[in-house]
Design a protein around this ligand. Structure first.
Ligand SMILES: NC(=O)c1ccc[n+]([C@@H]2O[C@H](COP(=O)([O-])OP(=O)(O)OC[C@H]3O[C@@H](n4cnc5c(N)ncnc54)[C@H](OP(=O)(O)O)[C@@H]3O)[C@@H](O)[C@H]2O)c1
Length: 263
């Protein structure tokens, strides 16, 4: 007798009816995750600092009949993240998924960068992850039904780069931090994992997609899959790690690189 539950096999990727909070929802990856979750039947609360962009997103989503809400806030500010979690509970009754998709970088060599500039990157890419995850975890623990936390890290968490002392330290710290967090939260049925992308198309990276650019040519030498990432390539992992299919996975860093580490 092969013991595979048929209902589970058929529905394991479903997040239908779940409520998700997405940070960095005004960005390329956050916006894509938010919309993909909505299309899959989730209620989605979108947060970011830019309220005008959030309102535009809300109008776009609502025009498609999607179930969403918005709340402006800075993920590095505890009060803002508590309000964002409160918004999910107030509008949709509970919070089941946190997708952390915000981030910032301002590359500079150590001799040119001030400690304040470095700290700004650490706050945006590491402290903010701790604050957002903590606020969501408190709510998930109170609900007593477990939950899913999916954090966007970077392939740069595993490897340094010129001018990236702040970003690499943040993303490397993020990968280790979520391992500890996963251990803290496992007793409550909360899974915590990261997605670690290389270059995905966004307003900031669009220039890297020019086939004539040296950056593009150099990247492709390391990418067996033969192209850079599009948001569609991200939402599969973001859904998998938010769904029952990943119930046994926690504290992991999941590669979204087109095979960067294989070559
Ligand atoms: N795209 C890539 O190639 C790539 C590769 C590896 C890793 N990643 C990671 O993926 C995540 C999303 O990247 P993306 O490409 O979607 O970026 P994006 O399009 O530039 O969007 C960035 C998002 O983060 C928010 N943000 C910007 N500065 C912030 C700050 N100082 N503090 C808090 N939030 C801030 C922005 O919204 P507001 O300004 O409204 O707050 C926006 O929603 C980031 O963690 C990034 O490091 C991206």
């Amino acid at each position: 007798m092969i013991r595979v539950d048929k209902d589970f096999a058929l529905n394991m990727f479903s997040i239908d009816g779940r409520t998700a909070l997405v940070t960095g929802a005004t960005g390329a990856l956050g916006g894509a995750v938010a919309k993909a979750y909505c299309y899959q039947g989730a209620n989605v609360v979108m947060t970011a600092r830019n309220e005008k962009k959030l309102k535009e997103l809300e109008a776009e989503f609502k025009a498609e009949g999607l179930s969403c809400a918005i709340i402006a806030g800075d993920p590095a500010v505890e009060e803002d993240m508590k309000k964002a979690v409160g918004c999910a509970v107030e509008k949709f009754g509970e919070l089941n998924i946190l997708a952390v998709c915000h981030g910032f970088n301002s590359p500079k060599g150590i001799l040119e960068q001030t400690p304040q500039e470095w700290q700004k990157i650490l706050d945006a890419d590491l402290k903010s992850v701790y604050i957002a995850c903590r606020a969501a975890a408190e709510q998930m623990v109170a609900q007593g039904k477990g939950g899913k936390i999916v954090v966007t890290s970077s392939a740069r968490s595993k490897m340094g780069m010129k001018g990236y002392t702040g970003y690499c330290a943040s993303k490397g710290g993020c990968d280790l931090m979520i391992q500890s967090m996963a251990s803290d939260l496992a007793p409550y049925g909360i899974n915590v994992n990261t997605i670690n992308p290389t270059v995905f198309r966004s307003d900031l990276t669009e220039w890297m997609f020019d086939p004539q650019s040296e950056v593009y040519k150099n990247f492709l030498k390391r990418l067996p899959i033969g192209r850079l990432g599009e948001v569609q390539d991200f939402i599969g992992l973001a859904t998998f790690l938010a769904s029952p299919a990943s119930d046994f996975l926690t504290g992991g860093n999941y590669d979204a690189t087109g095979g960067y580490w294989a070559n």
